[in-house]
Design a protein around this ligand. Sequence first.
Ligand code: THU
Length: 143
Amino acid sequence: MPNSAPQMSEQDLVAAVKEAQKQAYAPYSNFPVGAVIRTASGAVYSGCNVENASYPEGTCAEAGAIANMVMQGDRDIAEIYVIGNGDGLVSPCGGCRQRIREFSNPNTTIHICGPEGVRKVLTISELLPYSFGPEHLAPKQAG
Ligand code: THU
């Protein structure tokens, strides 16, 4: 469900990503992940990882949040919060970096969180340098 309450603060977004993580279905990895996107419009979309018995077919939290966003007709990621447990930085996997990139602009930020809050903030170009994107497929201008 999108939530476009007046511009959510970092504290609100951390709370929202913790709520998203609680919905994770991760009985195989026991590694619940949550993701929350805030778009340019101010709307917020959540996702969690959803695993299944055929292990490689599970989906990441970021993919779920992106699907929610697109389903609502929204496409411009201003920031995305991702949370996982443990001491390490739970940064988006390679596939999700590309998924985020599709709907990013140069100012899009990725907020990597742990149970205590935000651990690191990166831009999409720091996370996925020299990336391939939609503009590479755009037809060349005549002349
Ligand atoms: N996972 C995510 O949902 N997002 C990430 O950024 C990293 C990994 C999930 C996939 C799988 O369900 C579990 O974490 C363990 O890899």
